[in-house]
Ligand binder design. Structure first.
Ligand SMILES: [Zn+2]
Ligand SMILES: [Zn+2]
Length: 478
């Protein structure tokens, strides 16, 4: 840089400074800040109180210098506004908070950064968790020690011992539910069904209330699951949370994309408990071949001793659940065990190189951050940075789209890839079996002509395969 282009006229002066490790580097000069670093380094100050440190530290590299020296000297630093604080060299949360403050200051205008409420942000770091309801997946840490009691009397109720940190230490039984349900939500399993499963298994919620689709949805959409810090309802990019992510970022983004996508359709009402309810069509309201997007389907009234599929709209068609389901199973198992069963798999997503795309995404995010720093340093104009940000964001959106297509799992593939597809089908959760039935065929329950004679008339249940594997000879309609 020396002797190169003339420095742009700017409010900032850059000069060689001595870093805590003794080397020198070019930095934007803020004399007060450098004096502060020096005082701590030379042990002149071990407890520093400043007015508002976040206004002093603008350059992330300055902050790293400060962190280095504070950690080395185990210094105590606090700003009067409370926005920055390092206790005894600073713990993980304090250092992360400091980085957030500087990132925010870099991203947005200084005025915005000044308005940041430090308490709220500190709370955000702990994931909307400020001593209120425990975030699902993380423990509350050990209880406060009452006066005079020993530490082994008050261990963390989830992990024992007193090493956990509230909102940071994961609870494996809960994080595995987040992972599993996120994956299945991506596969299209409804929240109603998954909530019903959690209720059945007796999994407790954090409040003790019973699981609902809404509770589960809200939990799965928490950015903290992907190790993201939220401030004012926005994800603070480029900040590493003090807890480990439960699901990868691109998987979380994919779920968010899927749930906010307008093509999503789930109706109100209780979770289906039957394979065909809401799936099998009423052949009177929706005769075979109707080109309707919204077919009238059948449901099951549960109070009956022998459950029956009934037309949802009219009292004009019912059929025994057990007999219909057995008939459909015969078709499904025929298809699943067909030598060309692989044809049932949806057209595969074009190969997506997850690793390359993730790396590219991270690189763009980094570059955009450095551009923002350059703007503050006067090395780039706001127009250049805005232009670069637009192009970068566009590419990030493309990458996220590609990544989300690749993470969407397929219950059909799970069953077909199992060593024993028949057993895998039988063991699959109801929600997955419904998805598979829907993928394999369209079922229409037709009005029967054998009224009153009892028995089951297979010709009155039309199964139209959605694949090219045909139907088993003995099941083909006569
Ligand atoms: Zn714990
Ligand atoms: Zn009907």
């Amino acid at each position: 840089m020396r002797g190169g282009r003339p420095q742009p006229a700017s409010a900032y002066k850059r000069r060689k400074v001595r870093l805590p490790d003794g080397t020198t580097a070019l930095r934007v000069i803020r004399p007060g800040f450098r004096r502060l670093i020096k005082r701590i380094r030379t042990n002149k100050s071990n407890a520093v109180l400043t007015v508002d440190l976040d206004r002093v530290v603008r350059d992330p590299r300055d902050l790293e210098d400060l962190i280095d020296v504070v950690q080395e000297r185990r210094a105590n630093v606090q700003s009067i506004t409370g926005s920055l604080r390092f206790t005894d060299g600073g713990d993980d949360a304090e250092i992360t908070l400091a980085r957030v403050m500087v990132t925010m200051a870099n991203k947005s205008s200084r005025d915005t950064a000044r308005r940041v409420s430090a308490a709220r942000l500190r709370q955000a770091l702990h994931g909307e968790f400020g001593g209120g309801t425990r975030p699902f997946g993380f423990c509350l840490g050990p209880p406060k020690l009452p006066q005079g009691s020993t530490s082994d009397e008050h261990p963390c109720p989830w992990h024992g011992g007193r090493a956990c940190k509230a909102g940071i230490t994961p609870i494996a039984s809960e994080t595995s539910i987040v992972v599993d349900c996120t994956e299945r939500a991506l596969q299209g399993v409804s929240f109603k069904l998954m909530a019903a499963e959690l209720r059945r298994k007796g999994v407790p919620t954090v409040t003790g209330a019973s699981w609902s689709a809404g509770t589960l949805r809200e939990i799965l959409l928490r950015p903290r699951n992907a190790g993201l810090v939220v401030y004012r309802k926005k994800i603070v990019e480029g900040v590493v949370a003090p807890w480990k992510p439960i699901v990868p970022r691109h998987v979380f983004d994919a779920l968010q994309l899927k749930l906010t996508h307008p093509a999503r359709h789930t109706g109100p009402g209780p979770a289906p408990k039957w394979e065909g309810s809401g799936l099998y069509r009423c052949g009177i309201c929706t005769p075979p071949g109707s080109s309707t997007e919204r077919p009238v389907t059948c449901q099951v009234k549960e109070q009956t001793r022998k459950p029956r599929y009934r037309c949802k709209a009219h009292a004009h068609l019912t059929r025994d659940v057990g007999q219909v389901d057995r008939w459909i199973h015969a078709h499904i198992l025929y298809a699943l065990t067909h030598p060309r069963a692989y044809e049932l798999l949806m057209p595969a997503t074009p190969d997506v190189d997850v690793k390359t795309l993730s790396t590219e995404r991270a690189a763009i995010v980094e570059r955009l951050k450095s551009y923002a720093r350059d703007e503050i340093l006067g090395r780039r104009t706001p127009e250049q940075v805005t232009e670069a940000t637009l192009v970068g964001r566009q590419r990030i959106t493309e990458i996220d789209g590609a990544l989300s297509a690749s993470v969407t799992g397929d219950p059909m593939a799970d069953v077909l890839n199992a060593p024993d597809p028949v057993a895998a089908w039988a063991a699959a959760p109801l929600a997955n079996r419904r998805l598979i039935i829907d993928r394999v065929c369209t079922v229409t329950i037709l009005p029967t002509t054998r009224r009153g004679r009892g028995g089951f008339d297979p010709t009155a249940v039309l199964v139209e395969p959605k694949h090219g594997l045909g139907a088993p000879p003995q099941l083909a309609p006569a």
